[in-house]
Design a protein. Structure first.
Length: 602
């Protein structure tokens, strides 16, 4: 139905379309669980003019340029955090200050409220204490933890980078902010699915002028900016990241994950990191790689690295209030638009505010807008010394190349700043998500950075929408061996250094597929009775070297310039019992590798 002006009480429990909305003083609109779409502006004219969005009700607008919303009345929309008084959520407000001025205005946390019923609320109390608290009658927010982050990768509380906002209304539309949650519980039931705060999930009532229209966000070369969904509706993150006009950033969204098991306000004790979201395409549901939980020094620099959070979460649709980082590839701006907005419920399978224990089974369409289009991919976990874990994902996308594909390939959120790391190596840069057009011959470079002698274990964590019978190998160019991750993890000992040319992900065992003459000519036998490794060379192939490795990739024996003898013998008396790899290299470049078993005979 099409309507133009309203100046009286209206209740919406079904989707409606309007040209404009005008709400006079002492009047309200109440939208319960449905969409209100306004092609023009919204004017909440009086101090008591209110537009309520409840039970996942959303407001979308069709403005194609700047917002024309105005009025001293307020839109009211709920959102629940997922952090206690020690942990951060990243936010982006859907509203700003309400005044007669036209357009979007700044936001501050003093505009937040504690709901007391479906329509009534009381303003929050701002405290300078370390802890925010809640109860059945109060909601105190600590202003100590309210920061924004503008176009910088430097920890700089006094200027660029992290800027201390506190409770001042200096958050422009589209600027994200950090906020810690509250301790305590609030058992007030205001008619939503959950209580106000059952513990660690505080409900906030955002009240102000609804944001609308084009919202620009500044970015800079290789620097992060904290932004998010600035609208009172869902944001199609894929549409925003892949908008052809937004060329000044790398088309990836980075989401903060905070280890909720650590209860401390001391920065050096935090554990957290950034998960990485690649949209892949407009119609796909994208691909998310969880954060590695790191710790940080008091100046914000990296202290230690830790395990993967393991968080599995859908990111295609950012719900109301969700904040995230983007990284610039130039000095400029990107624009959030009404065209990126979409009516999609947070209870749907592809939209969730950062939340750990979530079972996304509701409202999961398989066709049309919001349909689930699962990206074909595999996930690898790389574990260092059984402590640090980096998860990376390889997506199979027909239009992908072996170079950098913006919107498909996503750079590591940590750059080269970690002392130990694993990543896909593309164009001399580090990526945690790479897309390729699958073929059996593809070889994908896998980089590893090591500080100090360390043990790396590669594990095939997950195979999604991909041939379950297709082998996945790690090729080690040092040993010339292929390790089938479908059969077992691959563990290798590495000395300090950066290995960008040693390892590859492959889909065929090259030692089986190559027409290798040397492998048909040489015979390798381990004689455990005499503790000798025998190499038979009946065709007198000129050999360059024979090397012996343990299963961790450590070089044990090396013999050079073997020439073209018919037989060779190498003593294995110094070896412990176990499995070893013999690698033979001919002077014409051919190689072969074979496993042997060393046993001690009584």
């Amino acid at each position: 139905m099409i309507m133009k002006h309203f100046s009286f009480l209206l209740f919406f429990a079904f989707n409606v379309t309007m040209a404009q909305v005008y709400v006079s003083n002492n009047s309200f609109i109440y939208n319960k669980g449905s969409l209100v779409y306004v092609t023009g502006n919204v004017e909440l004219n009086g101090a008591n003019s209110t537009f309520y969005l409840r039970n996942e009700g959303q407001l979308l607008q069709g403005t194609t340029s700047t917002s024309a919303n105005r009025g001293v009345g307020k839109l009211s929309v709920f959102q629940e955090g997922s952090s206690d008084n020690f942990d951060y959520n990243y936010w982006c407000s859907p509203v700003g200050n309400a005044s007669a001025a036209v357009g979007n205005e700044n936001f501050g946390i003093a505009m937040l409220n504690r709901p007391t019923s479906l329509t009534a609320a009381t303003p929050v109390t701002i405290t300078s204490a370390f802890d925010g608290t809640t109860s059945n009658t109060t909601l105190d927010i600590s202003k100590r933890w309210i920061w924004k982050y503008l176009s910088s990768n430097v920890y700089d509380p006094g200027g660029a980078g992290w800027i201390y906002v506190q409770d001042t209304p200096t958050l422009a539309a589209g600027q994200g902010f950090t906020m810690k949650g509250t301790s305590g519980t609030d058992n007030t039931n205001v008619g939503e699915v959950t209580l106000n705060n059952p513990g660690g999930a505080q409900r906030y009532d955002f009240r102000g002028k609804p944001n609308d229209g084009n919202i620009t966000v500044g970015v800079d070369l290789n620097k992060m900016t904290l932004t998010g969904n600035p609208y009172p509706s869902a944001l199609n993150v894929n549409a925003f990241l892949l908008d052809p006009a937004n060329t000044a950033f790398d088309r990836t969204a980075y989401y903060w994950e905070h280890d909720k098991t650590v209860n401390s306000h001391i920065l050096a004790q935090y554990r957290g990191g950034y998960g990485t979201y690649s949209p892949i395409s407009l119609v796909s549901n994208g691909l998310y790689v969880p954060a590695t939980f790191n710790t940080y020094n008091s100046d914000g620099t990296l202290n230690t690295t830790g395990a993967s959070s393991g968080l599995s979460i859908e990111r295609k649709y950012a719900p109301i209030g969700q904040g995230f980082m983007i990284k610039g590839n130039a000095l400029g701006t990107v624009t959030l638009k009404n065209a990126h907005r979409e009516y999609y419920l947070e209870a749907g399978a592809l939209s969730q505010f950062e939340r750990l224990d979530y079972n996304a089974t509701t409202d999961a369409p398989t066709t049309g807008a919001g349909a689930i289009n699962t990206v074909s991919h595999i996930r690898l976990n790389t574990v260092l010394n059984n402590q640090f874990t980096r998860q990376i994902a390889l997506a199979f996308v027909p239009e992908a190349t072996m170079g950098v594909d913006p919107g498909i390939d996503s750079r590591s959120p940590d750059g080269d700043g970690l002392p130990n790391d694993a990543y896909f190596f593309i164009n001399n840069d580090r990526y945690v998500i790479e897309g390729i057009n699958f073929s059996i011959e593809k070889r994908v470079p896998l980089g590893v950075k090591v500080t100090g002698n360390s043990t790396f274990k590669f594990n095939l964590l997950e195979v999604v929408n991909f041939d379950e019978n297709q082998p996945v190998y790690i090729f080690d160019a040092e040993t010339n061996l292929y390790h089938n991750l479908k059969l077992a993890d691959f563990t290798v000992n590495l000395s300090e250094g950066t290995y960008n040319n040693r390892f590859e992900v492959t889909f065929t065992d090259g030692t089986l597929s190559n027409a290798n003459l040397i492998s048909n000519s040489l015979v390798v036998v381990q004689n455990n009775a005499s503790q000798l490794l025998s190499i038979s060379n009946p065709n007198a192939i000129e050999l360059k070297s024979a090397t012996l490795y343990d299963m961790a990739g450590k070089l044990i024996i090396e013999k050079s310039d073997l020439d073209s003898k018919i037989n060779y013998e190498i003593s294995t008396s110094i070896l412990s019992e176990g499995v070893y790899i013999v690698k033979l290299s001919a002077k014409d470049g051919q190689t072969m590798s074979q496993k042997i078993i060393v046993e001690r005979k009584n």
